[in-house]
Design a protein around this ligand. Structure first.
Ligand code: NAG
Length: 122
C-alpha cells in the first residue's frame, strides 16, 4: 500500500517535469476550446493522446497523434502536435455541456505513459 503510494508520487514528479498543461480550462457553450499541452524536447516523435475520464486507468482515448505533426480529427475533437514548439494542442469544437469532464493529455511511451489531468468546464 505504502509502496504503491510512493510509486505514484515518484511517477507524478517524473511526469510533471516532462510535461505540463492547464489544470482547468473553460469556454462558453458553442465555442471552440483549445487545450495546449507542453512537453520537454526529446518527446517529439512519440504518440500524443487526449483521454476523457477522471480516472487515469479507465479514461477513454478520444484522439491520438501518429508521432507526426499531422492533425488527427474525430468528430468535434482534434489533436495536433508541434515539434518545434513542443506543444500538442487539442481542439474541441462547438463546446457542449456534456463535454464538461476531467480529461488527460498524455504521451504514449514504453511501460507507462505520461499524462496530466485537465478539467474542462463551461
Ligand atoms: C509550429 O509552431 C511554429 C511557431 O508558432 C509555427 O511557425 C509552425 O507553423 C507550427 N507548425 C505546425 C505544424 O503547426
Amino acid at each position: 500500500q505504502h509502496f504503491l503510494f510512493l510509486l505514484k508520487f515518484v511517477y507524478m514528479l517524473l511526469s510533471c517535469s516532462t510535461m505540463w498543461g492547464p489544470k482547468v480550462i473553460s469556454g462558453p457553450e458553442g465555442s471552440s476550446l483549445t487545450v495546449p499541452c507542453h512537453y520537454d524536447p526529446g518527446w517529439e516523435t512519440y504518440y500524443k493522446w487526449w483521454c476523457q475520464g477522471a480516472d487515469w486507468g479507465s479514461c477513454k482515448i478520444l484522439v491520438k497523434t501518429t508521432g507526426t505533426e499531422q492533425e488527427v480529427k474525430k468528430g468535434r475533437v482534434s489533436i495536433r502536435d508541434n515539434h518545434t514548439e513542443h506543444i500538442f494542442t487539442i481542439t474541441i469544437k462547438k463546446l457542449r455541456e456534456d463535454d464538461e469532464d476531467f480529461y488527460w493529455c498524455g504521451i504514449e511511451r514504453f511501460l507507462t505513459d505520461l499524462g496530466v489531468q485537465v478539467k474542462v468546464s463551461l
